[in-house]
Design a protein around this ligand. Structure first.
Ligand code: UDX
Ligand code: UDX
Length: 437
């Protein structure tokens, strides 16, 4: 099949590359000249484990190319995927569909022959119908169908998630479009990965509902963590006990500093707005958002406690600022709330993050960056673990405690066992969901 992928962000680039690895002929389109230049030179503009190898392999096989010329990519394509950003619209929390609709206009004028126009970006219910109307209006002679094909990949595990998905969801209105989508996903179909063919609105809503439900699990366990701190229970024991119930499942029950990323914050906000637009207030989704904001603020208090009640004049070393490990993405990362608050309260902050500096340098002005944890903790008054990179999981705690001015730790991802931290010589150890000793 010939596929055009419009937008080469985390979703578009991974999807386009994986489709080419299925054997399809994929042309990826992007407006960002820097990003395109990198991709054409075989460089990868994002950090995603394994993506560089896959890109090189499929460019060499002649199945994958990159262009700024949308019309050229769309010409003769069996399917055109829209994977441009759908960020939160300033001020009202809606999904901003500017990029989706401008890409749709451009696609309309480039269609030559029957084409399925697929929206892979996460879009509010009804968007696919709006795309169909826009296409027909802009090019009344165009022969097309639309399809909704939301993406469920997680950054840092994106290739595996795409190649071995729990499910592929496809929303279509015609059998012909369904057939094209089955052909595109045949390599997965043949390996028994479930492909759900449903209507447009259901496919659009499955994506928001799934993300909001996952975010709800996180906000729920973070609320339980706050209760554990007061009752003396241990959140790790509580989440393990809950997760052994296969109706609950043990995934997404790790208490921490709150969820971030380019999806959960944006998608929960957009879903809450969709509920308001249809006069069905989504109270749970709205509570999930509020709890998450409260959790980030509670983390600032935890760091203050670790510094003996005030961070003013203190040196704080922060391990991890990306929104989660194995990504360079800083979008809505809890660090963007926590670190500026610490600096605003008079602390000086040093940051160590294997991939965070590229984006973090601009997003976190005023911090100093270090590659070496042991250097970054010298003379510090507190060590804050904010992102659970593997690099931070087996540190020499004794050596760190000895190098600090005050051996105090705020482990906001519960990486370390409280006893090990105390035995290593830390006088203060604050974590999440466990009563402070
Ligand atoms: C984002 C959201 O996270 C996801 O929920 C949504 O489904 C798709 O958009 P992501 O891949 O992270 O996914 O998007 P982003 O990293 O913002 O990249 C979007 C890409 O599209 C950028 O490279 C941008 O340059 C490009 N783009 C944007 C175009 O090529 N044309 C446009 O008109 C607008
Ligand atoms: C998420 C969804 O998992 C994915 O299906 C969807 O396509 C895009 O959004 P992503 O945002 O890449 O993926 O990251 P994810 O691994 O889901 O983590 C999201 C946030 O939740 C991160 O900030 C992470 O630190 C946090 N998290 C996750 C927790 O705090 N606790 C957990 O148990 C799991």
């Amino acid at each position: 099949m010939k596929i055009a992928m419009i937008g080469t962000g985390y979703v578009g680039l991974v999807s386009g590359v994986c489709f080419s690895d299925f054997g399809h002929n994929v042309v990826c389109v992007d407006k960002n000249p820097q990003k395109l230049a990198q991709l054409k030179a075989g460089e990868v503009p994002i950090f995603e484990p394994g993506l560089d190898t896959l890109i090189a392999k499929n460019i060499a096989a002649g199945r994958l190319s990159f262009t700024e010329n949308l019309a050229e990519a769309v010409d003769g394509a069996d399917a055109v995927f829209i994977a441009v950003g759908t960020p939160t619209r300033r001020g009202d929390g809606h999904a901003d569909l500017t990029y989706v609709m401008s890409a749709t206009e451009e696609i309309a004028h480039a269609l030559t022959g029957y084409t399925v126009v697929v929206t892979k970006s996460t879009v509010p219910v009804g968007t696919n119908r709006a795309v169909a109307k826009t296409l027909a209006k802009a090019n009344p002679n165009a022969e097309f169908d639309v399809a909704s094909n939301p993406e469920f990949l997680r950054e840092g595990a994106a290739i595996d998630d795409f190649m071995r998905p729990d499910r592929v969801v496809v929303g279509v209105e015609s059998a012909r479009a369904a057939e094209v989508m089955r052909d595109i996903y045949r390599p997965l179909y043949l390996r028994d990965f479930p492909i759900q063919i449903t209507d447009l609105e259901s496919a659009e809503l499955v994506k928001y509902a799934s993300n909001a439900f996952l975010a709800m699990k996180i906000s729920f366990i973070n609320e339980m963590a706050a209760l554990c701190e007061r009752t003396g229970a241990d959140i790790k024991a509580v989440s393990r006990g809950m997760g052994l119930d296969n109706r609950i499942g043990n995934k997404f029950l790790h208490a921490g500093p709150g969820y971030g990323g380019s999806c959960f914050p944006k998608d929960t906000s957009a879903l809450a707005r969709i509920g308001q637009d249809y006069s069905v207030p989504l109270q749970l989704t709205e509570a999930v958002i509020k709890v998450n904001e409260d959790v980030k603020r509670r983390m600032i208090e935890k760091v203050r406690d670790a510094c003996g009640g005030s961070v003013n004049g203190k040196v704080i070393t922060v391990l991890g600022v990306t929104f989660k490990p194995n990504t360079d993405d800083m979008r809505e990362a809890p660090s963007l709330t926590i670190v500026p608050a610490l600096i605003g309260a008079g602390a000086s902050v040093r940051v160590v993050d294997p991939q965070g500096q590229r984006e973090g340098r601009d997003l976190l002005p005023g911090v100093s960056w270090d590659d070496d944890v042991y250097k970054a903790v010298e003379g510090a008054d507190a060590l804050v673990i904010l992102t659970e990179w593997n690099e931070f999981r087996a540190l020499d705690l004794k050596r760190i405690a000895a190098a600090m001015r005050q051996p105090a730790m705020a482990d906001l991802r519960n990486i370390y066992d409280p006893e090990d931290v105390a035995n290593a010589g830390f006088s203060t150890h604050i974590s999440v969901g466990r009563a402070s000793p």
